[in-house]
Design a protein around this ligand. Structure first.
Ligand code: AGP
Length: 604
């Protein structure tokens, strides 16, 4: 939700802290703040640029902490922005997460005569730390955290101890960056890349004292933890726009390379099989699984829905797809012959993590499909499949979604070849996967014609997306993209559902995006759009190249290449990502930082 950054070293801290915040801004961007011992704290509402304007030019401090916020408790404002301080004004805290029992804690502190100036749960935490403080910041922080219920990734500093930052993690990520001439802390490794690739991931329940040339990790109970740094292979360039106007467009155009990275070393053409090294630890359990549960949120959930079609159709495996926010609370039963797969780009989504916890309690074998290396879910599952899509900065997921669908195709091949898929069928799929990056380049080459169609419909207030079979989840994902980056009311339905109600909404002001690849349900979709045409709703058809029939029933047609049916959804979603992007740009919106959203939802 929020972004935290910190630095201790020999350089002036302010430029380094601001650079860190800019890279983390996709995590939350409604207010920001900075604290530098010896100088004090500065906070502002709105984006980082507002904070920069308020900062004096020559702040000399060599250490500090900073924060960019996504409000949960207390409206976005300068008063509620972080960092927050204790009663003495000496201790300062930045926090990502939610202190669930902050009201009870606040009552206890009020009785002690402690005063409050903001509406935030975070201020209660620093006031609590302050109430335990008698010169040892680490001790005071641990005592306070023992009384806290909720989630946090936090960093706290004292005006009088500029050479140390105390950090702690419970549910929200904190990563240490181990540099040559200084050390860093961040909510996300991508903000560390400009300084170092050597990182240490904190686990839940861990606290660390970080100094410019050392770090010491213990548990809240005080048990010492030895943790070596690990190397992150991402480049700093990967978190830059590289000449594109927006991260979203850059990440859509990264698709061919992303698919190559997801496939690298995982295809065996000669035997028509897939190799998933990350699942080797559970091969014995995979042999006779009878059911797969897929759990995810938002786009990850829709990727799971496409995965279900792939696995049921080509790997003969019954699949249930669950929303993370529902699965965590619903009645579920132990099932020794089932596998639970958790899909998450960030690997930090709270509802998906809680569902993982539940599946483990039920004794299910757990697998993660995750993009961020070293993230919580990747460390909490029994085995995993990394996406290798590289850092995804734009809030709306695009390349990671494509990589998730590709990973599901690999999983389908991996399990399918154990469950009756023939070598011939397997080789056909491997060949089709090899051709995918080149085919995607052809789709991206049509971006200008897609932009034209997008401009034509950018004024619309309502939109409907329809698709059938493999393409019904893609209709939902297309509608989600449009909602996220254009704020247009977009509905999605499986084509066959229209007659059961939704068609009542349609009229000449309610265009329909119809996903019409020439597949087994093409004829059914044709009847659907004829029903729609009869209600004068404009139709944009996403159709297969060479489909001459479609232009007679649709107002606009976006053509796409035909590929293996298992992989067609990967091709089909790209024009929908571009369509949403160009409508958002046409409306002059910040497509990388849509209002009210954040890249990683680390609180419930
Ligand atoms: C997708 O564009 C959104 N950013 C959002 O729906 C996202 O897919 C969801 O929050 C899940 O995130 P995750 O994949 O990091 O778990």
């Amino acid at each position: 939700m929020c972004g935290i950054f910190g630095y201790l070293g020999n350089e002036d801290a302010v430029p380094i802290l601001l650079e860190g915040l800019r890279t983390l801004e996709y995590r939350g961007y409604d207010s920001a703040g900075i604290f530098v011992p010896g100088y004090g704290a500065v906070k502002s509402a709105g984006q980082i640029v507002n904070l920069e304007k308020k900062l004096d030019k020559d702040i000399k401090g060599k250490s500090g902490i900073a924060h960019t916020r996504w409000a949960t408790h207390g409206v976005p404002s300068e008063k509620n922005a972080h960092p927050h301080h204790d009663m003495s004004g000496q201790l300062w805290l930045v926090h990502n997460g939610i202190i669930e029992n902050f009201r009870e804690l606040k009552e206890g502190l009020l009785v002690q005569g402690i005063k409050f100036y903001s509406d935030t749960d975070t201020e209660v935490l620093i006031k609590l730390i302050g109430s335990f403080y008698s010169g040892d910041l680490l001790q005071a922080t641990k005592l306070a955290l023992k009384a806290v219920r909720g989630t946090y990734g936090l960093a706290v500093m004292s005006e009088t101890e500029p050479d140390k930052i105390v950090v702690a993690r419970m549910g929200s990520p904190i990563v240490l960056g181990i540099g040559k001439d200084g050390n860093f802390i961040s909510s996300d490794p991508s903000a560390l890349l400009i300084h170092t690739k050597n990182v240490v991931f904190l686990d839940d329940g861990e606290v660390a004292v970080v100094k410019k040339d050392s770090y010491e990790i213990t548990t809240i109970e005080g048990v010492k933890k030895e943790k070596k740094s690990e190397r992150i292979e991402w480049s700093h360039e990967a978190v830059q726009k590289n000449g594109y106007e927006h991260f979203m467009l850059k990440e859509i155009f990264e698709a061919p390379e992303v698919i190559e990275n997801t496939l690298r070393g995982r295809l065996k053409l000669d035997t028509g099989e897939a190799k998933l090294g990350g699942l080797e630890a559970i091969t014995h359990r995979l042999k006779n699984i009878q059911r797969l549960y897929i759990v995810g949120c938002g786009s990850a959930y829709y990727a799971g829905q496409v995965g279900r079609y792939m696995l049921e159709e080509y790997a003969r495996l019954p699949v249930e797809v669950e929303l993370g926010s529902e699965y965590r609370y619903k009645k579920a039963y132990p099932d020794k012959r089932a596998l639970a797969l958790f899909v998450s780009q960030s690997g930090e989504t709270a509802d998906t993590r809680a569902s993982l916890e539940k599946a483990k309690e039920l004794g299910l074998t757990t697998v993660g499909m995750v993009n961020v290396v070293g993230s919580a879910i990747s460390r909490e599952v029994d085995a995993g499949i990394y996406n290798y899509a590289g850092p995804e900065v734009a809030v709306a997921s695009t390349k990671a979604f494509l990589s998730q669908l590709t990973a599901f195709a690999l999983l389908t091949l991996f399990l399918g070849r154990e469950r009756g898929m023939t070598q011939v069928e397997g080789i056909e799929i491997v060949r089709a996967l090899h051709k995918l990056p080149e085919t995607i380049k052809k789709v991206l080459a049509t971006s200008e014609s897609i932009a034209k169609v997008a401009k034509k419909y950018a004024h619309c207030r309502d939109f409907m997306y329809i698709g059938r079979a493999f393409h019904s989840p893609i209709a939902y994902e297309g509608a989600l993209k449009l909602k996220e980056v254009t704020y247009i009311h977009a509905e999605a339905y499986a084509g066959g559902e229209l007659k059961h109600g939704p068609i009542a909404m349609l009229d000449k002001n309610f265009p329909v995006m119809a996903l019409m690849p020439q597949d087994m349900v093409y004829e059914k979709m044709i009847s659907n759009i004829e029903e729609i045409k009869a209600r004068s709703a404009p139709i944009i058809a996403l159709a297969t190249e060479g489909d001459l029939r479609i232009s007679s029933v649709a107002d606009d047609v976006i053509y796409m290449p035909k590929v293996h049916p298992l992989l067609q959804p990967i091709i089909s979603v790209i024009p929908l990502q571009l369509f949403a992007y160009y409508v958002g740009v046409e409306k002059g919106l910040n497509v990388d930082r849509p209002r009210n959203l954040a890249k990683s939802v680390t609180v419930e």
